[in-house]
Design a protein around this ligand. Structure first.
Ligand code: SF4
Length: 311
């Protein structure tokens, strides 16, 4: 949960998750729909999928060692080092964003920290620095130092135990490290969503595919509309072209915005009416007609949750 997510944001999710699924066995035996519902709103949904798949593997394993962990989905070098050093004292150095910043400052690394060669160098330094007798404690200490003392802005060098050996501190302006080149601006997508109502006051929602962005979450049918002047018209066209649906597009009920890692989105949601009671979708996607009171049973991505609340 903590990967790329702040602790204060995670705490309520973690508590609810542990309350509902308090053991590896319970997590492994739970339906994925339940796991993803508990994760709803936390983002980076592939983590929930990997966690669930990993729990299933570990629950079946007779013995869990480094190799078992390494073979599990979602266990990359960071998680492997964190779990195995803390649990088994494996001599593996954790390298997360905080550790990278501490090392880049300690050694005043002048190259762009985003470059793979620099990342390799930092990993090598982290491995050399690792205090092997207590690698779990060491890893936690360095991560904590980066999170609480050697922070990105205004590092607290005055109380830092590494001050005497820190080249960035000696340079006079530790904030110049790590060196980062400017990222290109995040692309933006304009999209339109159809909130389609039938004669029984139910609304059409679709389940996203098992793989890719937001796996298994539910959403209202939606399409990219570019810079279209008339989003309602574009939506009508896309619904027919891509889903073979002829529907009446009514008034706009919401505009929801969200920034994902690689792009941001504005979703314009329109109330739509299905002229028939039943629509036949021309593709194999799982769908449901759902009354608004039942929306809460389905995990939605953030923008679709905003739309669901506006229905
Ligand atoms: S002395 Fe300052 S810049 Fe250097 S590691 Fe400590 S907090 Fe970071």
């Amino acid at each position: 949960m903590l990967q790329q997510t702040r602790v204060d944001q995670v705490i309520p999710y973690y508590r609810r998750f542990i309350r509902e699924l308090p053991s590896l066995k319970r997590l492994a035996g739970a339906a994925f729909s339940r796991v993803i519902k508990l994760w709803e709103g936390l983002g980076y949904y592939h983590r929930a999928k990997h966690l669930h798949e990993t729990a299933k593997i570990l629950a079946k394993a007779r013995r869990v060692d480094l190799e078992t962990l390494r073979s599990c989905p979602g266990i990359g070098s960071y998680t492997l080092a964190a779990v195995s050093s803390i649990v088994w004292n494996e001599p593996l150095a954790v390298v997360d964003g905080n550790v990278k910043r501490v090392i880049a400052r300690l050694f005043a690394i002048k190259d762009d920290i985003g470059r793979p060669a620099v990342q390799d160098r930092i990993r090598e330094i982290a491995a050399q620095l690792l205090y092997r007798k207590a690698s779990g404690n060491w890893n936690q200490a360095v991560m904590e130092l980066g999170a609480t003392v050697c922070v990105p802005r205004n590092p607290a060098c005055g109380c830092c135990p590494l001050q005497s050996g820190c080249k960035a501190f000696r340079s006079g302006d530790p904030e110049n490290y790590p060196v980062k080149s400017k990222k290109p601006p995040r692309p933006h997508r304009e999209m339109a969503a159809a909130v389609i109502q039938n004669d029984r006051n139910e609304f059409l929602i679709l389940r996203r595919p098992d793989r890719g962005l937001l796996p298994n979450l539910w959403e209202f049918p939606n399409f990219e509309i570019g810079g279209a002047r008339d989003p309602a018209h574009e939506l009508r066209r896309a619904l027919f072209a891509q889903m073979n649906l002829r529907i009446r597009v009514g008034k706009k009920i919401a505009a929801a915005e969200h920034a994902y890692t690689h792009f941001s989105v504005t979703m314009h949601a329109f109330h739509c009416r299905s002229p028939r009671d039943e629509l036949k979708l021309n593709h194999s996607q799982t769908y449901r007609w759902v009354k608004p009171a039942a929306f809460q049973r389905y995990p939605f991505p953030k923008v679709h949750k905003i739309i669901a609340q506006a229905v």
